[in-house]
Design a protein around this ligand. Sequence first.
Ligand code: SF4
Length: 77
Amino acid sequence: MATDKQAIRVSPMKIHLNSDACQGHARCHALAPRLFGLNDEALAVLLIDGDIPADLEEKARLAARRCPEFAIEISEE
Ligand code: SF4
């Protein structure tokens, strides 16, 4: 029987964004727009709360590596 529901595999990865350190370079948003948005002051905001979908893991790692302020931390349990 067909269903409209799709299984989304989540990883144990979590992202922590240090908003105090963010300087608004927007690299994270450019690299991972499904994970990072920008607020009215062009500072980063997380778009996903909790576990990261598995297909976004690499984008999350890339954004963390490329943030010039080291404002993005990844934890993987
Ligand atoms: S790349 Fe880093 S400093 Fe730039 S907007 Fe994203 S979190 Fe902020």
